[in-house]
Design a protein around this ligand. Structure first.
Ligand SMILES: CC(C)(COP(=O)(O)OP(=O)(O)OC[C@H]1O[C@@H](n2cnc3c(N)ncnc32)[C@H](O)[C@@H]1OP(=O)(O)O)[C@@H](O)C(=O)NCCC(=O)NCCS
Length: 195
């Protein structure tokens, strides 16, 4: 059964295969041969960057931004990497518009099997257990119908639609999920303790 865990070296070969398959760490940008080569060149440094995420981030427009503290969790079964859940511990001005508290992505070969729904449920349980957030913001492109469904299945309540700050002409939807009273989802234990 898949679990949401802190990244481990044993998942790296499968993680790299997922990158080559079309999985991207950033839902706003696809990976490139160069970005994948960087991971392959120094997997140990890459793993460290997942466990101790940097405090700066390259924004979609190429500028440098300040990253809020965040935790990278991998949805994995055995040694197989299936996808990721990124939990931001707070919001800044940009994340309050696009990004929100929780982001997730599954590798293409496992889409449509319920993995994102289960991984988000586990990510919400992890957030409830490890952070003092009462509710979390999730943002999603209005055309991403699968992700909207995943959010709604996890109790997301629509708040508003805004113009996408990185993609002119596109719309970002805001959903909030209340963490109060949420129990651990059945069948998926909370993540490994990596706050
Ligand atoms: C969006 C994404 C995470 C979904 O992952 P997944 O593992 O396929 O999702 P699940 O299988 O858990 O659930 C998908 C749901 O959307 C539904 N769905 C899929 N395509 C759909 C469509 N075109 N219209 C409406 N519903 C759709 C599925 O039927 C399923 O709902 P159901 O369980 O009620 O049948 C995956 O496509 C992905 O990683 N995309 C790239 C990154 C991304 O967009 N991340 C989210 C950013 S907000």
């Amino acid at each position: 059964m898949p679990q949401l865990i802190a990244p481990e070296a044993r998942h790296l070969p499968s993680f790299i295969a997922a990158l080559k398959e079309g999985y991207s760490r950033d839902t706003q940008r696809p990976e490139t041969p160069q970005s994948i080569a960087l991971v392959e060149a120094d997997p140990t440094a890459f793993l460290k960057s997942q466990l101790e995420p940097p405090t700066t981030v390259v924004l979609p427009d190429g500028s440098m931004g300040q990253a809020v503290p965040h935790t990278v969790l991998w949805w994995a079964e055995g040694d197989e990497f299936l996808g990721s859940v990124h939990v931001r511990h707070g919001l800044n001005e940009i994340l309050a518009q696009v990004g929100g508290h929780v982001g997730y992505a599954m590798r293409p070969s496992v889409h449509g099997r319920g993995h994102a729904s289960a991984a988000l449920a586990a990510g919400l349980a992890w957030t409830r257990a490890n952070l003092s957030l009462q509710r979390v913001l999730l943002t999603v492109n209005s055309e991403n119908l699968a992700s909207i469904r995943v959010i709604e299945k996890n109790g997301g309540v629509f708040d508003k639609a805004i113009e996408h700050i990185w993609r002119p002409g596109e719309t970002a939807l805001h959903y909030w999920i209340d963490l109060q009273g949420r129990g651990a989802p059945s069948g998926h234990g909370p993540a490994a303790g990596h706050p």
